[in-house]
Design a protein around this ligand. Structure first.
Ligand SMILES: Cc1ncc(COP(=O)(O)O)c(C=O)c1O
Length: 395
């Protein structure tokens, strides 16, 4: 049996008529850039988040740096994030010329650890970028509290968690802006690149609208800016898909629960944890082998058996060759949890269009591997963990 990592084509086939209809509408409209379909999708996206504004941009990376730029953050400023995220989070900080300050993640959720943030704050700190990694919200209540205390800006990197929420908070509610990516592999993905920013801040909205379109507010009127627009064809595809996002995330949650139940009693790896009150949308279902040296053999075993498993992300940002490429960067307090995550993570196939047969096949193969190594688990490591509390005290 073959189990793919993504189900893009299956998804297209399931809602083909809705996508095709929107594509045709755009093609027939004659308006392909900054046209009515973009306007419609931006309104739908803002409504979905319950924010005042949504601005479509070229991709999820641009969404982060355009937000930083709109907040006036640049050279000489420090921005705190964590190193076990996709590279683009840090890249965006460097693009605006700021210093990336890396702190550790929570050992349980793998999201930024609020306790480590406060220790990294200096007079130069201007912002925090928490990432809702794998589809689960970072502890925005704690992060917002720290930000208010130290007068810092917060940009949520929500490339992976559209539709997620935390205990009593929504994405976009406890920050200055939340950014997202619509690259095809995301929970809400178009057939190409694009991204967006949602915010309740009218100044950020106006600044990003200007910056994304050559600094223009009216025809022939320009200030310093860029070209980073979400075109109407992609907006049409996303508008069709947005209607399904909650149902698709429910399916992701269903497959995640099936994996977790299927792995009961396994000894050689840990399971993803959903904190109480959170809605984890499982952009990725990531297990961690108990020993780092088991990760690659398990990955190879799965791939050999037709399962397209991957790693997110096996090289932490500060461990990439050439880091930091002449850019400004600091690591505060050591990042052992992030490094351990990078060394032990395996992402199993996860998308709404999976079938029970495919999920059960993956479970069967992972268990087969587990049984070979179960006797070699170091004492005191216990069986596969999952739970609802973060061991570093996050709520
Ligand atoms: C956490 C995170 N941030 C930022 C990005 C960048 O998004 P994009 O690829 O659309 O630029 C991605 C994904 O690609 C991501 O996973």
């Amino acid at each position: 049996m073959k189990v793919e990592f993504y189900g893009h084509v299956r998804q297209y086939h399931n809602i083909k008529s809705e996508i095709d209809k929107n594509i045709k509408t755009v093609l027939e409209s004659g308006a392909y850039v900054m046209g009515p379909m973009l306007k419609k999708f931006e309104a739908e996206l803002a409504a979905y988040h319950g924010t005042k504004y949504a601005i479509g941009v070229g991709n999820g990376t641009d969404a982060i740096w355009l937000s930083l730029m709109a907040l006036g953050i640049g050279p000489g400023d420090e921005v705190i994030t964590h190193p076990n995220t996709f590279f683009a989070t840090a890249e965006a900080i460097w693009i605006v010329g700021a210093t990336a300050v890396f702190v550790d993640c929570c050992p349980t959720t793998k999201c930024i650890c609020p306790e480590r943030i406060e220790a990294a704050i200096t007079p130069k700190t201007k912002a925090i970028i928490p990432v809702h990694l794998y589809g689960q919200c970072a502890d925005m209540v704690a992060i917002n509290k720290i930000a208010r205390k130290h007068k810092l800006k917060v940009i949520e990197d929500n490339a992976q968690g559209i539709g997620a929420h935390g205990l009593k908070f929504k994405i976009g509610q406890l920050s200055d802006a939340a950014t997202t990516s619509f690259i095809i592999q995301k929970n809400l993905g178009t057939f190409g690149d694009s991204g967006a920013i949602v915010t309740n801040n009218a100044d950020i909205d106006a600044a990003v609208r200007r910056l994304r379109n050559h600094g223009s507010t009216a025809r022939n009127v320009h200030s310093f800016g860029f070209n980073s627009r979400l075109d109407d064809l992609h907006a049409g595809i996303l508008s069709a898909k947005l209607k399904h996002i909650d149902a698709w995330n429910d399916l992701r949650r269903k497959w995640a629960a099936r994996y977790t139940a299927g792995f009961k009693g396994c000894k050689t790896f840990d399971l993803p944890v959903e904190l109480k009150g959170n809605r984890h949308v499982f952009h990725l279902y990531v297990i961690e082998t108990k020993k780092a040296e088991w990760r690659d053999p398990l990955l190879e075993f799965l791939v050999k058996n037709g399962i397209d498993a991957k790693t997110h992300y096996s090289i932490a940002i500060h461990k990439q060759a050439g880091y930091p490429w002449g850019k400004k960067a600091r690591i505060v307090g050591g990042v052992p949890n992030a490094e351990s995550n990078a060394a032990r993570c395996i992402s199993l196939p996860m998308y709404p269009e999976l079938t029970a047969k495919e999920v059960d096949y993956v479970i069967g193969k992972v268990k087969e591997w587990d049984q070979q190594f179960a006797s070699k688990v170091p004492a005191g490591k216990g069986t596969a963990k999952s739970g609802d509390a973060c061991c570093c005290g996050c709520k």
